[in-house]
Design a protein around this ligand. Structure first.
Ligand code: DSN
Length: 479
C-alpha cells in the first residue's frame, strides 16, 4: 500500500504554493513550524501530532457553512451535509466512550465546560423554576421571574480540584468565567503523599454542598477513582462532572477502565480532542440522556456557529481512536510515562507524588536549585520543549513555579518507546544539572535568568536529533 503521507506530500506542496502567492509569510511560518516540530523533543503533556487525514480534513470548504442549531434543526438552510458531519462525529464519540449522548460542537475545552455548566444550570435550576413560575419556556417568564432566576443562577456553588494541586482554570477559578459564575471552593491533595484524599473531598463536599462536583486535572500525574467521586456527589445530591481533557486518549484506548473510566459514573463529561486523544483542536461534551436536551442548547447559548470542518476532523480522529492501533498507542503512552518517571528518579530527580500512572510526569526542579521558568528555558535551549508548572504549595507562585510538566503523548505518536524515554530522562537531567541560576541585582537568587554550561545545549540537541531522526514525524511528507 502506498505511504499516504507521501501521497499527501504533493497535495501539501501545492497548497503551500497557493498560499504563498497570497501571503508568503503564512506559508513560510507553516513550513517553519513543521521543521520546528520535527526537530524538538515535544514533551508538553497537552500536545500531540494529529494524523495527516485529520489535518487534511480541517482544510476544506466545510468551514464556509453556517449551521447554528442542532442536527435536523438548524437556523440556516442547506445544512444537510453538516448534519451528516455532526451526526458521524457524535456517533463515533458515543460508541467510543460508551456515552448515552455526545455533542461535537464545542470549539475548545473552555467552550465544552461552559456548555456543560449551562446545561447543568438549565437542567437543575431553570427547569424547576419554569414549573414553579407556571411558564412553559423562558419566553413566558415575567421580568420579576427573570430577576429571581438570575439570582438563583448566581447563587450556585462548584467544588473542583485546586489549581495548586493540578486542577484547571475552568473549574471555578477567578481568571476564568467559571470563577465569576460560581461560588467556588476547591479540594487539594494530601500534603505528604500529594495524592487526592477522598475523605477530605467528601468532608469538603458535605460542608460546602456544591451544585456541581468537578473531577479532572491538567497537572496531576495520577488516576482518579470516579466511583468514589460519584459516591461523594450522590451523598450530597450534587451533579458529578468530569473534565477528562487530559486523559481522554487513555479512556478511549481502554487504559483507564472500571472505576478509572469517568463515563459510566459522571452526569456530564467534557474533553478536548487534541491532547492524548490525538485529534484536531476542539471540544466534546458527553452526557447522560437526562442532560441531552440542555447540552444541545450550547449553540447559540454560549457557542458561536459550529466549525463544521473541525467537527469533520473530530469524526476522523474518533474513527482512528476506535482502532486496535490506538489502544496500543494509549497503552504505550502510559508505559512510556512510567519509564520517563523511573529514568528521572534513578538519576536523583524529585517527582510530585513520587511517580506517575497516567501520561504526566511533574518534575519538581527545586532539587536542581532552579525555578520552573529557568528549567523550562534551559531545556528549550537544548531542544526539549516542556512547560513550567506549579507544584503543590509552590513557593515560587504560578508565574515562576518550581516544576516542569512533562507528557508522553506526542513522542509516543512518533514511535518513542522505553529506550528512547530513558534517554530523554538522561538528557533532561543533563541539562538541569548543568544549569545555574543567575543571582539577581538584589543579591537574592534570580527566578528567571540562568546559565547553561558550555556545550551542553549542543550536545543534548545532537542526542535529541539522533532520537528524532530515527522516529520521523509524518515520514514521507516533504515540503
Ligand atoms: N492548556 C491545557 C494544558 O496545557 O493542560 C489546559 O487547558
Amino acid at each position: 500500500m502506498p505511504n499516504p503521507n507521501a501521497e499527501l506530500s504533493s497535495a501539501y506542496q501545492t497548497i503551500l504554493k497557493v498560499v504563498e502567492q497570497v501571503e508568503p509569510r503564512i506559508a513560510a511560518a507553516t513550513r517553519a513550524e513543521l521543521t520546528d516540530q520535527r526537530g524538538s523533543l515535544k514533551l508538553i503533556a497537552s500536545e500531540n501530532y494529529a494524523s495527516l487525514p485529520v489535518l487534511a480534513t480541517m482544510g476544506t470548504w466545510l468551514s464556509d457553512k453556517y449551521a447554528e442549531g442542532t442536527v435536523g434543526h438548524r437556523f440556516y438552510a442547506g445544512c444537510q451535509n453538516i448534519d451528516t458531519v455532526e451526526s458521524v462525529a457524535a456517533e463515533h464519540a458515543r460508541e467510543l466512550f460508551g456515552a448515552e449522548y455526545a455533542y461535537a460542537q464545542p470549539h475548545s475545552g473552555i467552550d465544552a465546560n461552559l456548555t456543560a455548566f449551562w446545561a447543568i444550570l438549565a437542567h437543575k435550576i431553570e427547569g424547576p423554576a419554569l414549573t414553579e413560575f407556571g411558564a412553559k419556556t423562558v419566553n413566558d417568564l415575567s421580568e420579576a421571574d427573570w430577576a429571581t432566576l438570575r439570582k438563583r443562577f448566581g447563587d450556585q456553588k462548584m467544588l473542583g480540584m485546586s489549581l495548586d494541586a493540578g486542577g484547571h482554570l475552568t473549574h471555578g477559578f477567578r481568571p476564568n468565567i467559571s470563577g465569576k459564575m460560581f461560588d467556588q471552593r476547591s479540594y487539594g491533595t494530601d500534603p505528604t503523599t500529594q495524592l487526592l484524599d477522598y475523605d477530605q473531598i467528601a468532608a469538603a463536599a458535605r460542608e460546602f454542598k456544591p451544585l456541581i462536583l468537578v473531577a479532572g486535572y491538567s497537572a496531576y500525574p495520577r488516576r482518579i477513582d470516579f466511583a468514589k467521586m460519584k459516591e461523594i456527589a450522590d451523598e450530597i445530591g450534587a451533579v458529578f462532572m468530569v473534565d477528562m481533557a487530559h486523559f481522554a486518549g487513555l479512556v478511549a484506548g481502554k487504559v483507564f477502565t472500571g472505576n478509572e473510566d469517568p463515563v459510566p459514573f459522571a452526569d456530564v463529561v467534557t474533553t478536548t480532542t487534541h491532547k492524548s486523544l490525538r485529534g484536531p483542536r476542539g471540544g466534546l461534551v458527553l452526557a447522560k440522556e437526562e442532560y441531552a436536551a440542555s447540552v444541545d442548547r450550547g449553540c447559540p447559548l454560549v457557542l458561536g456557529g459550529p466549525l463544521s470542518h473541525m467537527m469533520a476532523a473530530k469524526a476522523v480522529a474518533l474513527a482512528e481512536a476506535r482502532t486496535a492501533e490506538f489502544r496500543t498507542y494509549a497503552q504505550n503512552v502510559a508505559d512510556n510515562a512510567q519509564t520517563l518517571a523511573e529514568g528521572l528518579l534513578k538519576r536523583g530527580s524529585t517527582l510530585v507524588t513520587g511517580g506517575t500512572d497516567n501520561h504526566i510526569v511533574l518534575l519538581d526542579v527545586s532539587s536542581f536549585g532552579l525555578t520552573g521558568r529557568q528549567a523550562e528555558s534551559a531545556l528549550l535551549d537544548a531542544g526539549v520543549v516542556t512547560n513550567r508548572n506549579s507544584v503543590p504549595a509552590d513557593p515560587n507562585g504560578a508565574w515562576y513555579t518550581s516544576g516542569v510538566r512533562l507528557g508522553t503523548p506526542a513522542l509516543t505518536s512518533r514511535g518513542f518507546g522505553a529506550a528512547e524515554f530513558d534517554r530523554v530522562a538522561e538528557l533532561i537531567v543533563e541539562v538541569l544539572s548543568n544549569t545555574t541560576p543567575v543571582t539577581a541585582s538584589t543579591g537574592k537568587p534570580g527566578k528567571a535568568k540562568y546559565t547553561l554550561a558550555d556545550g551542553v545545549a549542543e550536545r543534548v540537541q545532537g542526542a535529541a536529533d539522533e532520537l528524532l531522526d530515527a522516529h520521523p514525524l509524518y515520514p514521507g511528507l516533504e515540503l
